[in-house]
Write a protein that binds this ligand. Structure first.
Ligand SMILES: *Cc1c(COP(=O)(O)O)cnc(C)c1O
Length: 349
């Protein structure tokens, strides 16, 4: 078995690294005097660290954010470990040891973590302040605690809860972050994610942390027309058949043919991130031809109407539309969920 090479996959995901690099440059420019970093957690939002990190590095990015320590090694194949920050911080001794040995930078999230980190001889770290999202981070009233003051902070950061909306919370979090920044020594300040960059210069500080918009997401209207699609997907047709009037398609027979029609069974299902909510009213594409989805999406397949492309047969390929804002509206999934649930059966190129 070990010598056997699997045949080519029936699902293809191509990452347009030029578009990715262009998106980073656009976000870096929009960040003004601040430098843009890149959130590359969750395997670069599902698009692949090995593909995305070198492209971002070559475009000029020097700060990379992951969530887990298990994500460091893959990123460190492409950039110096000191360029990598781990957002989940250091939870225990094993993580602390790994942080010291790997040279990646932990984002300290609590007074307890700060105490433990100081005991490692106070290597450089970053510090998260929770200014209102109530996830990770010290609270603003903990800034003066000696263990926090003793940290050697590289990036002092916070995270916006509602940057994708015109919420008064944005200005409130900004105000809190500004106040905290005066009370603790740091090298750089960082607040904005992708949507935060679009909120304007006040939010940019020294370093921005875009994620979703690098990969083609458009979380705010200001970014519309500036961000390019990065992921392009194709799936193979495995079988074709002609339905007769009255034939039902898929689990629970939710689609019933009212006339004779050619259909194709496509190698794409919810295990590949094409969730059931992407079925109703949606379609796959072949060039200009729109191929509506018929019935429920299964785990490994979906059935499409081939009326607009009757020449397509077994072994033919169809495109999976992946304009993120459009797919999010159609499916009520978030642009983030669309990217990060793609699964492992796609052949990346
Ligand atoms: C994921 C993440 C980002 C990137 O956010 P996007 O909305 O994808 O741009 C930035 N900062 C932190 C702390 C994050 O967890």
């Amino acid at each position: 078995m070990s010598q056997l090479k699997a045949p080519p996959a029936t699902l293809r995901l191509s990452v347009d690294t030029d578009a990715l690099a262009d998106n980073w440059r656009v976000l870096d420019k929009m960040s003004g005097a601040a430098k843009a970093g890149a959130a590359v957690k969750a395997d670069a939002y599902g698009l692949g660290v090995d593909k995305c990190v070198p492209a971002l590095r070559d475009a000029g990015c020097q700060s990379f954010f992951v969530a887990h320590w298990s994500e460091v090694e893959a990123v460190a194949k492409h950039v110096p470990p000191a360029w990598i920050s781990v957002l989940h911080g250091v939870l225990n001794e094993a993580e602390m040891d790994y942080a010291c040995e790997s040279g990646a930078c932990p984002v300290i999230n609590s007074v307890e973590q700060a105490k433990a980190w100081n005991a490692t001889n106070g290597l450089v770290c970053s510090l998260m302040i929770d200014t209102g999202i109530n996830r990770l981070g010290i609270s603003p009233d903990e800034v003066g605690v000696p263990a926090i003051q003793a940290l050697e902070v590289d990036v002092l950061m916070s995270h916006l809860a509602s940057a994708d909306e015109n919420s008064p919370e944005n200005a409130r979090q900004l105000g809190t972050f500004n106040l905290c920044s005066k009370k603790i020594a740091h090298k750089t300040l960082s607040l904005a994610n992708s949507a935060g960059i679009a909120l304007g210069a006040d939010y940019a500080f020294d370093l921005t942390r875009p994620g979703i918009a690098l990969y083609g997401g458009v979380p705010r209207a200001e970014l519309h027309g500036q961000i390019k699609q990065v992921a392009h997907m194709q799936a193979a047709i495995m079988q074709t058949r002609t339905l007769k009037p009255g034939d039902k398609v898929g689990y629970n027979g939710e689609f019933v043919a009212d006339q004779s029609m050619p259909t194709g069974v496509v190698s794409l299902g919810y295990a590949d991130g094409f969730l059931r909510s992407r079925g109703p009213g949606s379609a796959l594409l072949h060039g200009e031809a729109v191929l509506p989805i018929l019935g429920k999406v299964s785990m490994d397949m979906v059935v499409i109407d081939l009326t607009a492309a009757p020449h397509l047969k077994e072994g033919g390929w169809v495109e999976v539309p992946f304009d993120l804002p459009h797919a999010a509206r159609q499916s009520s999934l978030s642009q983030y969920e669309l990217l990060t649930t793609l699964g492992s059966r796609w052949a990346h190129s």
